[in-house]
Design a protein around this ligand. Structure first.
Ligand code: NAP
Length: 255
């Protein structure tokens, strides 16, 4: 297995991307790199499409040259959140933000260029390495006794460990196509924050509900973007555990 970062090659450089894939001849490439600053994408539109759409195209072209299979990590933000129910892989997409639109164009390039692809849409990731909502909440709790969190965006928090396990199951078989992979159950960011503080033994922190409008961020976000792991289920795989159990396990590793 070769782990690659932007220091090795930049996915927006098509020559460097293809060369790297040609030299290393992988059986499969897991493409997780992206411009993920959802609000930043609204003001850096070119960079969003350059990285999230054309970057995915470049990897797909490299995979196509070398006959490698490809996993593209995508997002619940390809949906508008208006359905009022969880989204299956067969629901129509309608991204609201530049981030969601550029990730969807990445999906489209991958579908068109690389026959042997798995598009894995996931949501609200937390896990080892890097910052996430949980580490942000716990950090804020060190200096504050009151935190305001939005209560009108609902999704499925997903532990990267469970996502990685699911991807390893998926790629063991040629079940190419689009899959929604999240932990089971769902919550609002507010409910998630409350659960985090409870598990971390910090339930004294007062969490205030606020609306998306009050938070006033540049990028529009779907109100209800819960993903239904429908193809995963149809394919006969076991239900992925609740985010609540995964959250307990993750928090026990960091505090
Ligand atoms: N986090 C979530 O809740 C979530 C939800 C759904 C889907 N996803 C998807 O999951 C994947 C991983 O997300 P994440 O949250 O782990 O994001 P992240 O922490 O921002 O990681 C993205 C990585 O991509 C790298 N990158 C950016 N531009 C690049 C370029 N031009 N060439 C090579 N590498 C580049 C970044 O490098 P630098 O650090 O040097 O910029 C960073 O290491 C992304 O595809 C994202 O769209 C995330």
């Amino acid at each position: 297995m070769i782990l690659v970062t932007i220091d090795i090659f930049d996915i927006t450089n098509i020559d460097a991307t293809i060369n790297f894939i040609k030299i290393n001849k992988p059986d499969l490439v897991i493409h997780a790199a992206a411009y993920t600053d959802v609000d930043g994408c609204e003001s850096n539109i070119d960079q969003a499409y350059r990285v999230n759409a054309l970057g995915a195209r470049n990897i797909a072209v490299g995979c196509n040259y070398t006959d490698a299979a490809m996993v593209y990590i995508s997002t619940d933000y390809v949906f508008d959140g208006q359905k009022g129910n969880s989204y299956t892989e067969f629901d129509a997409t309608n991204p609201l933000s530049v981030y969601g639109k550029s990730k969807l164009e990445g999906e489209n390039f991958v579908k068109r260029i690389c026959d042997r692809h798995y598009i894995v849409r996931t949501s609200w990731l937390f896990g080892k390495n890097g910052r996430n909502f949980i580490t942000t909440m716990l950090k804020l709790a060190e200096t504050r006794d009151e935190i305001s969190v939005v209560d009108d965006q609902v999704g499925s928090p997903t532990y990267t460990l469970d996502l990685a396990k699911a991807i390893s199951q998926l790629i063991a078989k040629p079940t190419y196509g689009t899959f929604h992979i999240t932990n089971s159950d769902y919550c609002s960011w507010y409910q998630f924050a409350k659960e985090i503080f409870e598990i971390a033994g910090k339930s004294k922190i007062r969490v205030n509900r606020i609306s998306t409008e009050e938070l006033n961020r540049p990028a529009p976000r779907p109100k209800y973007s819960v993903l239904n792991n429908y193809c995963w289920h149809l394919q006969g795989y076991d239900k992925i555990r609740s985010y609540k159990e995964a959250l307990r396990e993750y928090i026990s590793t960091i505090i």
